[in-house]
Design a protein around this ligand. Sequence first.
Ligand SMILES: Cc1cc2nc3c(=O)[nH]c(=O)nc-3n(C[C@H](O)[C@H](O)[C@H](O)COP(=O)(O)OP(=O)(O)OC[C@H]3O[C@@H](n4cnc5c(N)ncnc54)[C@H](O)[C@@H]3O)c2cc1C
Length: 420
Amino acid sequence: MISERILILGNSAAAIAAVNAIRARGGKQAIAMVSNEPCTAYSPVLTTYYLRGEIPESALYFCDIGYYREHDVSCHFGTAVIALDAAAQRVTLDDGTRLDYDKLLIATGASAKRVTGLDPEIAAEVRYLRTVADARRIREAALGAKHIVMMGGGLVSLQVAGAVARPDLKVTCVVASRQILSQNVDATCAALVCGHVERSANIEVLFGASVAEITRSGGGYRVCLDSGAELQADVLAAGKGVSPNIEFVDRAQIAVDQGILVDEHLRTTFGNVWAAGDVAQGRNRVSGEVELVANWIDACEQGTAAGANMAGEALAFPGSVAENITTLFGVQVAALGITRSREGDGLREVTYLDEARGVYRRLLLRGEVMVGATLLRDVADVGVLRGAIAAGREPWPSAKAAAKGHVRYTGLFKAALTGR
Ligand SMILES: Cc1cc2nc3c(=O)[nH]c(=O)nc-3n(C[C@H](O)[C@H](O)[C@H](O)COP(=O)(O)OP(=O)(O)OC[C@H]3O[C@@H](n4cnc5c(N)ncnc54)[C@H](O)[C@@H]3O)c2cc1C
């Protein structure tokens, strides 16, 4: 009997979680996997640790080739999907290979957004960080560099800046908004992190600045800002967010908004096609909106649910929770759920600042329900708070968390809320 053919596009968090979920259910389907990278699965999250020289490249890989053998996956690595005909149940790769399937999972993730408006030749020389190959390129470029101009002031831009800056290598971050991390945290938290940025490394941040033009100058570049100021750089880099890898998707067959639209079972609008991870756009559990939420945990959870559903189970994904938990310039920063409030959105904020210790905490509440948290330096109870946000609960700690001593701040928040 011919077994069912499952094809998985992608080989990262969502794709591997799906394989695990299918095989965990004893599925004997024939699984094929396609990746445009020539290597086994690795974590993009760890690439900044590699850039900083804290871990070797080998530590990025979380599957070796034995994994694919053990899970009976046939691999098409180092070749990109260029076309998908969902009606014909067929995918075409850039080496001319055609793969037919019965069920398809699109888990092609996202790529760094490209800077627009530059001379095309110069634009091609801008370095981004998404893949292990990108990390190798940045590391190499930084070796002999004296001045890197980084376009952007988000998490990835700052992590790259922090990883490569040295006493003899300055990084200038050109940031359009008035704060760093404008997509992740509020202005107070951003200002506190910025203090660490300026104190701890050879990094300068220019706020409210945009690049107007970049031309060649000597062996490097002249970067002209819209203020009229000019910077000399020998390496250009940028971090402007990500966009889903969906070029091969025919929008007449599969509905796409910013990402591939999925229902609670990660199914796309085309019956035997699922999507999971950074490429998928589904319901945000906290905001209730259908939007892109790109993070590792979501990608894994979505991949697990998609794999289970492709294996015949009906497993609902409860919705995404935005979260970024990272260390910037030696300080832990966590941004969970909704972290930016707007006039008239009905959210209440409660903040706690201990300037001496550099601790900042901010909760956002809708009524008594916690919908977001921003934590700086003291993130010990991040799991408790994430649990409360994901479950749509009040922020008071569970008995278990209280027993662990994580009640200090929640007590303060309660006092601030109730006035007692
Ligand atoms: C520097 C950095 C730091 C990060 N830090 C964090 C963090 O602290 N916490 C967190 O939660 N998240 C973090 N992330 C985000 C996290 O890495 C992603 O959310 C996660 O990797 C998404 O997994 P995914 O499986 O959806 O896709 P991806 O990891 O993007 O993988 C996509 C896969 O699809 C393949 N592919 C793409 N296009 C094609 C194509 N056309 N044909 C064939 N194959 C293709 C790729 O080769 C890859 O195997 C970070 C990302 C970066 C870059």
